[in-house]
Design a protein around this ligand. Structure first.
Ligand code: RIB
Length: 312
């Protein structure tokens, strides 16, 4: 059966990632010899846009790049995925966003982001993007907070469901974005938003409750890494366990997850299944190096599920 092609608007960040592989991160004051490095397309918004496109959505991306070679390359990479980039514009006064990412042998990463042009997204960019209809809007906190608020306001006005990926971790008043369909932070983002740890399923449930109360979101999905994801729906919590894979690099696994949960939910309307699908997409992303190169296609997720005898 032909699957439906949901139309998704992503308003978010786009960065060039400088990825350096190393046995371990240096200690303070220590110089340490790394292994390999490369420039890889990334940025939470762009990663989520690419992930959604690879999973079969029709994606429009709104963002800002600088007038530099990184920006040009990043835009081309999105276009290669069939993503509409008319609203990905150049801010002459800024450099394209850059993320410096250290990837340790364990697959653990450390990221420093220079946001650059991402901080120049304006209300006019958002207004233009909403001239077309969409099945959902995805946004994240790697762009100015007032823009996130404006995106959510416009979507609410038009009755378009919003999925808010709450990364990167920072304090943000969730009361500014009422009516979210799905709020999906990870553990550190949850701590920044509601001051709650998610070490155990019980703690995560209490945190999800606090997130739901603060935001009024219909669903809260906490990404808990190796443990899986906690789905909180009208007072009921379920921990959907992660798939066990060999970690190469965890970068963008959360972005793959957010995009996958959105695409699957729009197609089938069952959030628990969508979370399992997203667990599979996130697991595949963890097995590969880099942000956008690691994002799986719909066929790859299907194959992953087939190998494990599960119906996604
Ligand atoms: O979520 C992963 C992303 O975070 C990286 O691609 C990097 O650009 C930072 O934005």
């Amino acid at each position: 059966m032909m699957e439906r092609t949901p139309a998704i608007l992503v308003v978010g960040s786009i960065n060039m990632d400088l990825v350096l592989q190393t046995e371990r991160a240096p200690l303070a004051g220590e110089s340490f010899i790394g292994r390999e490095y490369g420039y890889v397309p990334g940025g939470k918004g762009a990663n989520q846009a690419v992930a959604a496109a690879r999973l079969g959505a029709d994606v429009t991306f709104v963002g800002k790049i600088g007038a530099d070679a990184h920006g040009t390359k990043l835009k081309e990479r999105l276009q290669e995925q069939g993503i509409s980039t008319e609203s990905l514009t150049v801010d002459q006064g800024s450099q394209t966003g850059l993320a410096v990412i250290m990837v340790e042998a364990s697959g653990q990463n450390r990221i420093i982001v220079y946001p650059g042009a991402n901080m120049a997204i304006g209300e006019r960019d958002v207004e233009r993007a909403f001239e077309r209809p969409y099945d959902a809007v995805m946004t994240n906190l790697e762009i100015p907070q007032p823009i996130v608020v404006e995106v959510c306001r416009r979507a609410r006005e038009k009755g378009i469901p919003v999925v808010l990926d709450a990364g990167p971790a920072q304090p943000f008043d969730l009361g500014q974005v009422p009516g979210l369909e799905i709020l999906t932070p990870n553990e550190t983002e949850t701590l920044a938003l509601v001051g709650r740890e998610c070490g155990t399923a019980e703690e995560a449930e209490a945190a999800a409750q606090a997130l739901a109360a603060a935001s009024g979101a219909r669903f809260v999905v906490i990404k808990m890494g190796r443990q899986g994801a906690l789905l909180y729906d009208e007072g009921t919590a379920r921990l959907l366990p992660a798939f066990d894979v060999e970690a190469v690099d965890t970068t963008a696994a959360g972005d793959a997850f957010t995009a996958a949960v959105t695409v699957h939910y729009l197609r089938h309307g069952d959030l628990a299944r969508a979370v399992q699908y997203a667990n599979a997409a996130g697991a595949l992303a963890v097995t590969r190096l880099g942000a956008q190169p690691s994002l799986p296609t719909a066929d790859e997720v299907k194959q992953f599920a087939r190998e494990r005898d599960i119906d996604l």
